[in-house]
Write a protein that binds this ligand. Structure first.
Ligand SMILES: Cc1ncc(COP(=O)(O)O)c(C=O)c1O
Length: 404
């Protein structure tokens, strides 16, 4: 019987699409010496330990002392609607609502479950969805559950969205435009101005996944939507639904949806991944509040991040292949001002080879392959914790590996 799976694995290997656990194990054994250039921990907060949290000037943030922290349970004991809700969940939901200037917030155990639960609950079969072709897998998985009619628009193509919505919107009850504000695998930005005005014009909800922009953009790091709201205070945002994670710049795990009180109240009743799953650890909820306060108050974390992004961009500019394919070596690189850079390869094995060479030199830089993306790439992420020296060494190793 087991042959079935071995054959499937062999097929993956033949296509260079096998994800090798041994490579991951090797990385684990060298963890201390490796420098990570593929992490979503853009502000270095995932590395924080309890002692670091307690060392910070006690009056600044929400964790005031060790005694307080030691009393918070690790486990929640049940789902949120039974026995799982603790004060820390409520505090974190309020903290995110204030940060994002929304009426209310609902927390899920992961970003994946937030998208899965929210989108499958919010959209009925009489409704219509307009979704960016590069939206994250968990949004597509949600759409498989709810069976609503969907139209896919080309990546960030507001004109195509307008054409589709103009043609089909009227045939359905409610309409949802779904996208990411910073795209996870490309690092580019959604055209929020255009999307918002199309959503307003065609009475549609605008559902935006802010996983990769939260912690980074806006005056207090609340994300690209918050930055957009700051610039357009006269607009009405009642059709906006924001999704976010605790797992990227906030450095932990968990996900949330923020929006109007009635939207969140509805999700508390109908989002199955909330109702039928054990609530997140109250302890993590406390640390998340702390990390958000740190993001709000320590503006220099974001300044350092953007200085590092500029520095790597300037180094990569020596390769002269930004958005243009190097004919000889068949790759090109991209960056759109966010912490996510890509080096895209026409051949998957070249991408794997460069990733392995970087690992030999002490850098984690993972290759992302189909089906996650159409074109194989190294997804390079800059963090505020990288020093310029580390970025320079990484660039040097990378340019040697690319030229080989
Ligand atoms: C855009 C986007 N949305 C949602 C998720 C899921 O978040 P989490 O890792 O917290 O489950 C991810 C993570 O990969 C993501 O990149």
């Amino acid at each position: 019987m087991d042959r079935i799976f071995q054959d499937k694995i062999n097929d993956l290997k033949k296509q260079n699409l096998y994800r090798d656990q041994n490579v991951i194990n090797e990385r684990l054994s060298r963890q201390k010496e490796l420098i990570n250039f593929s992490s979503n921990d853009y502000l270095g907060l995932a590395e924080c330990s309890i002692s670091e949290i307690l060392n910070i000037n006690a009056t600044d943030y929400s964790v005031n002392n060790l005694t307080e922290l030691m009393q918070i349970p690790f486990g929640s004991s049940g789902s949120r609607l039974t026995t799982g809700t603790h004060l820390e969940h409520k505090e974190l939901e309020d903290c995110i609502s204030n940060w994002k200037a929304c009426e209310d917030t609902i927390i899920f155990s992961s970003g994946y479950l937030a998208n899965l639960g929210a989108l499958s609950a919010l959209i009925d079969k009489e409704d219509v969805i307009f979704i960016d072709e590069l939206a994250h897998s968990c949004m597509w998985d949600a759409l498989r559950i709810n069976n609503a009619r969907k139209y896919i628009f080309a990546h960030n193509d507001a004109q195509e969205l307008r054409r589709l919505i103009q043609k089909y919107r009227n045939q359905y009850t409610n309409s949802f435009i779904i996208t990411e504000s910073i795209f996870s695998m490309d690092g580019d930005l959604a055209p929020l101005d255009d999307l918002k005005s199309i959503a307003d014009e065609y009475s549609s909800f605008l559902y935006i996944d802010e996983a990769h922009s939260t912690g980074i953009y806006g005056a207090t790091g609340a994300g690209l939507i918050s930055e957009y709201k700051e610039k357009n205070p006269e607009q009405n945002f009642s059709n906006l639904i924001q999704m976010g994670t605790l797992s990227k710049a906030i450095g932990l795990e968990g996900g949330y949806i923020s929006g109007s009180s009635s939207l969140i109240d509805f999700l508390r009743n109908k989002a199955r991944t909330y109702v039928y799953s054990t609530a997140s650890s109250p302890f993590l909820m406390k640390i998340a509040q702390h990390n958000i306060q740190k993001i709000i108050h320590e503006n220099d974390l974001r300044q350092k991040l953007f200085s590092n992004i500029k520095y790597l961009d300037s180094l990569l500019s020596n390769l002269k292949t930004k958005n243009e394919i190097d004919i000889e070596h068949k790759f090109h690189w991209t960056n759109f001002g966010s912490p996510i850079f890509t080096i895209q390869f026409q051949e998957i094995d070249k991408c794997l080879t460069v990733s392995n060479k970087l690992l030999e030199k002490g850098f984690i830089c993972t290759s992302i392959r189909p089906p996650t993306v159409k074109i194989a790439r190294l997804r390079i992420c800059v963090s505020s914790k990288h020093s310029h020296d580390q970025i320079l060494s990484f660039y040097t190793a990378l340019s040697i590996a690319l030229a080989a």
